[in-house]
Write a protein that binds this ligand. Structure first.
Ligand SMILES: NC(=O)c1ccc[n+]([C@@H]2O[C@H](COP(=O)([O-])OP(=O)(O)OC[C@H]3O[C@@H](n4cnc5c(N)ncnc54)[C@H](O)[C@@H]3O)[C@@H](O)[C@H]2O)c1
Length: 252
């Protein structure tokens, strides 16, 4: 699937940071912003795929995104990278890790790790990005949640609890930062066919469940989400904040 046909003039030359931008949906978000002529920095720990992505984007004639190796659970490094990339106009808190876990075996340490990779970094990236956005009087922050907990999925309680927390974090920051002209929204992807999902969980049985659940019967792919992110980042959505935006093919 190709990047969006839409062109948002307000995104040209905008300074954008995407966490977890090397693979999956994040990589598509990076590609989509670069195709708009934005200046993009992305953070990840998957160096080889990150460098491949940056090279592919540059080869396609778009501005080459800056890659930085940052583990988002290392709060000091994360905040340094956010400040170094700034002043940001757009922050996309996308990184996460949806590892399954049996509730009987979860230790306090494991719980804390899951919260760190799925929720905590979103708060600290915003804390580092917000002062420059406040000084500029503008900004768009997009936090990635998940439909999983709303669908009542089991098998990963620390992930689903984190993702529920992302929605609360979004509304709380929308209130605190709104008076400074900063918008804060949450994107909820449905089941998106990333390489990881296809490799680990897509099979005949799960496809039948998805087909029955979605109103629209097609598979969703990363660009379906990235296109929504572009709109939320652009000035076209200037009065949209404190909301949760779902792209799931209408899964009920
Ligand atoms: N794919 C789906 O079906 C789906 C569904 C609901 C929600 N989401 C959400 O969408 C977002 C993107 O998901 P995805 O499916 O593309 O995930 P993915 O696992 O395919 O990609 C995640 C990216 O984050 C990076 N990452 C992981 N841990 C990191 C860390 N500690 N520091 C820095 N980078 C790290 C990975 O290297 C990878 O590039 C996540 O927030 C996820 O929870 C995805």
């Amino acid at each position: 699937m190709q990047p969006s046909d839409a062109i948002y003039p307000s995104l040209r030359d905008r300074n954008v940071l995407v966490t977890g931008g090397a693979g999956g949906i994040g990589a598509s978000v990076v590609e989509h912003f670069c195709a708009q002529g934005a200046r993009v920095t992305f953070l990840d720990i998957a160096d080889a795929v990150a460098e491949e992505l940056a090279a592919r984007i540059a080869a396609s004639g778009h501005p080459r995104p800056q890659y930085r190796h940052v583990d988002v659970t290392d709060t000091a490094s994360l905040q340094d990278a956010v400040r170094a990339a700034g002043p940001l106009h757009v922050l996309v808190n996308n990184a996460a890790h949806d590892e399954r876990h049996d509730w009987r075996e979860v230790t306090a340490e494991y719980w804390d790790q899951r919260i760190a990779v799925n929720l905590r970094h979103q708060f600290f990236a915003i804390q580092a990005a917000a002062p420059a956005m406040i000084a500029a009087g503008a900004g768009s922050i997009i936090n990635f949640g998940s439909t999983s907990w709303r669908l009542g999925m089991g098998g990963m309680p620390a992930y689903t609890a984190s993702k529920a927390g992302v929605e609360a974090l979004t509304r709380s920051f929308a209130r605190d930062l709104g008076p400074h002209g900063i918008r804060v929204n949450c994107v909820l992807p449905g089941w998106i066919m990333t390489e990881r999902q296809l490799a680990l969980w897509v099979n005949e049985t799960s496809e039948a469940v998805r087909h029955a659940g979605q109103c629209l019967k097609d598979r969703l792919y990363p660009p379906d989400v990235a296109r929504l992110v572009l709109w939320l980042a652009a000035d076209d959505s200037r009065m949209a904040t404190a909301q949760t935006w779902t792209v799931d093919g209408g899964w009920m």
